[in-house]
Design a protein around this ligand. Structure first.
Ligand SMILES: *Cc1c(COP(=O)(O)O)cnc(C)c1O
Length: 364
């Protein structure tokens, strides 16, 4: 295969996600899935109704412009529809954000650890990732990231709240980044957990971006607070139409299906359901945090639907033992060798099963 980009593509260092077998097309109910930051709730009933209605026209291609969804996003954010793009999950727009910014040999400054997909896009485009360790609280270290910028830097990726740690970037740090990241550099802010951070008083990224003269892209998702991970909808908001059109050109034709588009628009208009999801998730996180604290785990501050905790035992070992009991969590090699566990806030029953299993493992 000499000479084809496939060599470089195969060498991409981010593995595909682990597969979790469904049973007869349904998510395996015997399994506690606390490793993907999915919601334990079904989508809004209005979203499900809209998706079912959309199935009646499944023989017809969907609206590539996604006008119904674009209007809902406009009403919620105030961003004009010609500054948006859409992806089959926000992962797609994160890859596109890298591809419109990076030429081979360019550099991308990123926090580490963070969500991998923008970095994957950087490698697809032939760029080089410059990793900057997180702050001890699990948020992006803005001064250290700014110090890593060189004249080759074309992309500056922020993730707030950061996955896999949960920390948010403070308003002052965001302001500094938005002013100091050079205008020759694309600033990407991954806000997959925007709705959680926003209801908990996190800084308003979109309004702070008004202070930035240079280009930017914000990405958001329907997979987390809107409980639609299985439907695959994400979107990007860009500083201007030229960037949005660039992202748009990278979309494969009709990349979002009718049911997904209809469900996303209806979910966004169902504010009451969203608020209920946020309230239940935050209460569940509090409960999880208290139960784990009583077992000697220390939680990092989280503004998202997951909790990252320091274990009294090596995290990778705990992860393997839990898996034997059909409980999936995400062990992390951070902040040191002992590691930590990223645990999705799930149902009360899942939380109870996890806490019981951990109690057995820690005090046999
Ligand atoms: C979950 C997640 C995404 C991507 O979600 P999609 O399902 O592709 O929309 C992007 N960024 C972060 C930080 C995430 O946690």
């Amino acid at each position: 295969m000499g000479g084809f980009p496939i060599e470089r593509i195969r060498a991409i260092t981010f593995p595909p996600p682990p597969s979790i077998a469904d049973v007869a097309g349904r998510a395996d109910v015997g399994l506690v899935r606390m490793n993907f930051n999915e919601s334990a709730r079904a989508p809004s009933p209005k979203a499900m109704e809209a998706a079912s209605l959309a199935l009646l026209d499944a023989n017809r291609y969907p609206d590539h412009e996604s006008r119904v969804l674009a209007a809902a996003i406009h009403d919620k954010t105030g961003v004009p529809v010609d500054r948006m793009s859409f992806g089959n999950g926000s992962g797609e727009v994160l890859v596109a954000a890298a591809m419109v910014s990076i030429e081979p040999g360019d550099e991308a400054v990123m926090p580490a650890p963070t969500f991998p997909t923008c970095g994957k896009g950087v490698q697809i485009a032939g760029g080089r990732i410059v990793n900057v360790p997180l702050k001890p609280d699990g948020s992006n270290d803005i001064p250290a990231m700014l110090a890593a910028v060189t004249e080759r830097t074309r992309l500056f990726y922020l993730c707030t709240p950061n996955n896999p740690t949960g920390g948010v970037i403070a308003a002052d740090d965001l302001r500094t980044a938005f002013n100091k990241v050079p205008d020759t550099c694309m600033l990407v802010v991954d806000e997959a957990y925007f709705e959680f951070a926003s209801v908990e008083g996190g800084p308003d990224v979109l309004s702070l971006l008004k202070e930035r003269a240079g280009p930017w892209i914000v990405t958001r998702s329907f997979s987390k607070a809107y409980c639609m991970a299985g439907l695959r909808v994400g979107y990007a908001l860009a500083s201007d139409n030229d960037i949005a059109y660039g992202l748009w050109q990278l979309r494969p034709n009709f990349n979002l299906g009718r049911p997904a588009l209809a469900a996303a628009a209806a979910a966004m208009r169902d504010e009451a359901y969203l608020q209920e999801t946020l309230r239940l998730t935050i209460a569940g996180r509090q409960r999880l945090s208290e139960a784990l604290a009583s077992l000697g785990f220390e939680a990092f501050p989280s503004f998202a639907n997951f909790l990252t905790v320091r274990a009294p035992l090596p995290a990778s070992k705990l992860g393997r033992e839990l898996e034997k009991k059909k409980i999936l969590v995400q062990p992390l090699p951070w902040p040191d060798e002992r590691g930590s566990l990223r645990i999705t806030v799930d149902s009360r029953e899942s939380t109870n099963r996890l806490v019981e299993a951990l109690a057995d493992l820690i005090e046999p």
